[in-house]
Ligand binder design. Sequence first.
Ligand SMILES: Nc1nc2c(c(=O)[nH]1)N[C@H]1C(S)=C(S)[C@@H](COP(=O)(O)O)O[C@H]1N2
Ligand SMILES: [Mo]
Length: 430
Amino acid sequence: MIESKSKNAAPETVAGNGLLHRRIFLTRGAALLGAGSLGLLTPTLAVAQVAPEMPVLAKVPGAALSGYGNRSVFEEGIKRYNIRTYPGTTGSGGSWTPLESLEGIITPSALHFERHHSGIPDINPDVHRLLIHGLVDRPLIFSMDALSRYPMVSRIQFIECSGNSRVGTAPKPVQMTAGGLHGLFSCSEWTGVPLSILLEEAGVDPKAGWLLAEGADSAAMARSVPMAKAMDDALIALYQNGERLRPSNGYPMRLFLPGYEGNMSVKWLRRIKVTSGPTMTRDETAEYTDTRPDGSSLMFTFPMEVKSVITAPSFGRNLQGAGLYEISGMAWSGAGKIARVDVSVDGGQTWGQAALSEPVLSKAVTRFRVAWQWNGGPAVIMSRAVDDSGAVQPNRAQFLAARGLKRNYHYNAIQSWKVAANGEVSNVYA
Ligand SMILES: Nc1nc2c(c(=O)[nH]1)N[C@H]1C(S)=C(S)[C@@H](COP(=O)(O)O)O[C@H]1N2
Ligand SMILES: [Mo]
């Protein structure tokens, strides 16, 4: 235990270039980190002098109450990135979550990434209906009121666009924030009705192996889903982080397929058709298909593979001089729980294990942290996640060798940040 060591004992390192043992977070955590008690180069992170006078604002009444809350005006700079739309449209395109501005594991709904193929429909929940038909004994039509009377479940789970992080295949590393590079990815608490309950009520024909899910947007986005997934953990999501879904995330209802590529979680869901095989819609044939180095293509790639990203430090979050820092980031896997995250601060020569912050949930963001004693020299930091199926996040060279440069989807390679001697952080291929 660190506490039992003498005041001036050097902290325990676990890998080259000053990476410290994760035990720091398992003992008295923050108390130990902030203090000089570890004998670190940083004497104290606290401001030395306390302002002696009452702040002016403590002497006047504060602002009014409100019906629906807003964040502080000082936080208004934190916004979704890369808002780009197809020519001639204002709503067809994407926006990226500013991952490096978040803590914990939940993405605030207002910062959840967006991906729309034909803008956001303005759906009145009173007239919206969900149809279940096809290879069933009884076709069913649900109103919102009817659906709301079924038993609901809540789960904290991520959704990631299969095009996320694809800039990692660019010939030169693109200089963007962690969110700009990897922010087609968010994690919410989703509440809704398990799809299996509705399918059982409709009575699925034993010949049915798939279903087609279709949205009420003008893209009529449609995807085929294997029946096994539908019966396992698929949700008709009605709530996101405690309130009704945001219009941009599928109001009033979306299909939610935990761990599967984001495109399959059809928003503004209006129809589920039970079928014998996949329908081969435009959305699942023209896009989201992976090409292999030999030129052949995989038909479907559904689960998003194990991945991690360091959000602190990262591009735009530079270091302020040598000393003690927390390296922190997010890890996730469409296969299940994160089992381990390794961190390197010497460009991948040596690795040390990060601490995983609770809760560690299946198909959710897991927050990892490790302490680093930066000596002020140039360093390359990277994280490598391992999930509980044993899958290990590949490095970029391994990824490209296995899948080829043309493979534009499901990019999950390790990303490296270079820390320059002046503390500036940039994206590098290591
Ligand atoms: N109806 C419909 N569903 C849709 C889409 C769409 O354009 N229309 N976009 C898909 C894509 S490509 C992704 S990555 C996710 C994005 O979900 P979000 O906008 O809630 O983040 O929704 C999917 N569901
Ligand atoms: Mo997507």
